[in-house]
Design a protein around this ligand. Sequence first.
Ligand code: ACM
Length: 402
Amino acid sequence: EIPQLAIKDYPRFQYRGMHLDVGRHFFDVAFVKKYIDYLAYLKYNTFHWHLTDDQGWRIEIKKYPKLTSVGGYRNGTIIGHHPGTGNDGKRTGGFYTQQQIKEVVKYARDRFITVIPEIEMPGHASAAIAAYPQLSCFPNESTKISPKTPWSGSRKGKQVQQTWGVFEDVFCPSEYTFTFLENVLNEVMQLFPSKYIHIGGDECPKESWKRSAFCQKLIKDKNLKDEHGLQSYFIQRIEKYLNSKGRQIIGWDEILEGGLAPNATVMSWRGEQGGIAAAQQSHNVIMTPGKYCYFDHAQTQNKDSLTIGGYLPLDTVYGYNPIPKELNESDSKYILGAQANVWTEYMDNTKKVEYMIFPRMSALSEVLWSPAENRDWNRFSSELTDMHKRYQLWGANYYKGE
Ligand code: ACM
């Protein structure tokens, strides 16, 4: 017998996201499903699947098979922290077939989780360019690799990157590129029913566009101010295409530079400023600032394992308020929620991914679900031992604290 009661419970935010970068290191379908289970257990509702990057293209595109046969693999990976002490010399990579993607999307939907795919543009495009060099403004130039970069195999021609960072060779804003991207996005839209498609937009160096006669003429012809204007033109053109198919774009906060695409949702990562500016322009925002939401940063100041750097302890995540204090009440409604990002340069196996997300993912879950006034660090930290037991039941690795 149980007494009657009423439970009133609902989420504070409509967007409760976890991201996973499968470009830097590839994780198989079994782990992606496990990851989705973790999201479901902790009441997240969105899985942001970062599918393309300089070090690997991970989604089968039937029209462009070389994206995965060439772009899905690299000849080695640097050892240790960037720039690296050597190269492991191991060919590595992988990709998801369209059949596997459908399986993952269904698996997620059965658990009330929406999968948002990210196809990066115009930067972070080395793997795509290695497969189809014409996507570059300089198809005949070899990929620039610093003589100091430990490398495996040939340094000639267009290469899938073996080290981390930001690379100059980006998509050329040519008709060839736009046709390519529309064709890619057509297949992506068939696989992902999500309202949103993430198109990246971050960290696009402008060097290639500056020295390309084609780009300089395009800037003049389109009456653009400069290369930032060209980036804005690029994103707006893709937005227009996706909007015409009934989809909306999400982009990293660099899409504010040179003018925001009219219907874009902004993912604020370089702090909260991009999110604040976008909300004040009446654009939807997902908060994912490095200081609170980058789960690739270290959890402890004891150097327990190799990470990209930074320091993001559990109580900082728990104390996060996704509504920036700079926003008034009416602009605050544009903050759809928040998301933790899991960039995997320094996570080459699934146990490491789990170690980096737990228990911080539990802390962010409460931030996203519970009313702000119910947050209580003493209660949360006293419940951590129970949470550890759950991680053990799930068979998950986790950071156990000092
Ligand atoms: C990012 O961390 N480059 C979005």
